[in-house]
Design a protein around this ligand. Sequence first.
Ligand code: NAI
Length: 485
Amino acid sequence: LTTMVKICCIGAGYVGGPTMAVIALKCPSINVAVVDISVPRITAWNSETLPIYEPGLDEVVKKCRGKNLFFSNEVEKNVAEADIVFVSVNTPTKTSGLGAGKAADLTYWESAARMIADVSKSSKIVVEKSTVPVKTAEAIEKILTHNNKGIEFQILSNPEFLAEGTAITDLFNPDRVLIGGREETPGGLKAIQTLKDVYAHWVPEERILCTNLWSAELSKLAANAFLAQRISSVNSMSALCEATGANVSQVSYAVGKDSRIGPKFLNASVGFGGSCFQKDILNLVYICECNGLPEVANYWKQVIKINDYQKVRFVNRLVTSMFNTISGKKIAILGFSFKKDTGDTRETPAIDVCRGLLSDRAQLIIYDPKVPKAQMMKDLSTPKFEWDQPGSTVPVAEDSITKNVTVVHSAYEATKDSHAICILTEWDEFKSLDYQKIYDNMPKPAYVFDGRNVVDVTKLRQIGFIVYSIGKPLDPWLKDMAAIA
Ligand code: NAI
């Protein structure tokens, strides 16, 4: 009887939870422990209501939990027993000190690495799952080997490419799995092969790419930068479309038909969000600056600048269209999460848009099918971190948020008596709302500002709405209003 391979993952978040659940499902011969310092998170993973919403996740967890998948707060014990330790802790942007606003904050990472060194009594493969700056593996290797002489640590970089909202299908059927390691040493090669064997349980071999450590680390940053750049590119076109009368959907369809470009990830919107794109690009920018490449750094910075511009542009369009004042007007916000099928609100454009509207003294009635009220309130009242000028924050009047924000349980409730509707997340249910009924319950003129290309513009105009849809030809009304402003 061979002993079971033991995997431990530090960090039971959006990445650690789903990835480990899928490994447990696909590899019944492997024992998987997911550990976290957060007690509420682990309690939730062990309960009926998981801490994150992801289509298909519940099923996978229910099939394996208690068999070969365990969630625990006993971090040290589980790490000590494991053969392979994944580190999937958060790596936010530094908010103070050297590199503030750009560099990755590796506090959590370093403390995890020191803990691994402290508790290990047998050789281990340590896998970077978190997105980290290039050359982090080298630093981690130093921490591990200098603190625990005599034990062999092999470090691998295995960045995660799953997208929230489709995490389970992405993990079942990944475009590629990337494993970076010390290809130049026998120990390194053996470690790469061990991790490859885990994924080979369900991923076709030709999709498992093996590289050196730095290539793997940089590939993750580069992939996110390229993805975000596509969105900023089409968003920059959306502004030009509005100014000229072109239709951005037609433009991106035509552009995407070029097989060299491809059709995916070309939807114009109010902007990208999520915990990764901005953070990873800022990180890339910082690395370029540190390596004496300011031109390269500025090139990537522009991707974030366009994203910020797009949110400001959306708010300005709304205000100018409504006679240049939204003071005291009710505005329905449909959708708050950064994209559909997730309850995650990290860096969601809804935060900046809502704050923009609140600073013009609107009253917001927000509905999102998955985001709890407490999360929205927290997001809206946390001072925005200005990546461009670290240290400066936009002031928020606490009481203006509690007084002027209402959270409701349906789109109909949110839109009733509202002067305008803002669609900020592309939840499927917003496509099939009874817009005639909604229109009848709103004061006139009734506006829809669609930040996600969700609604049928022609149909809504027939009902009587004044419709703004990003990058689409403007209503004569919107043109007139823009001219007056
Ligand atoms: P998260 O914030 O949801 O989860 C991180 C978890 O680590 C938290 O529950 C925290 O309590 C725990 N933790 C922190 N320090 C710890 C320690 N010393 N010991 C034990 N637990 C500790 O973060 P998320 O979204 O899972 O991201 C993790 C990493 O994966 C980040 O580097 C991110 O850039 C990367 N990533 C995220 C993706 C996403 O879609 N969210 C996709 C691909 C990569």
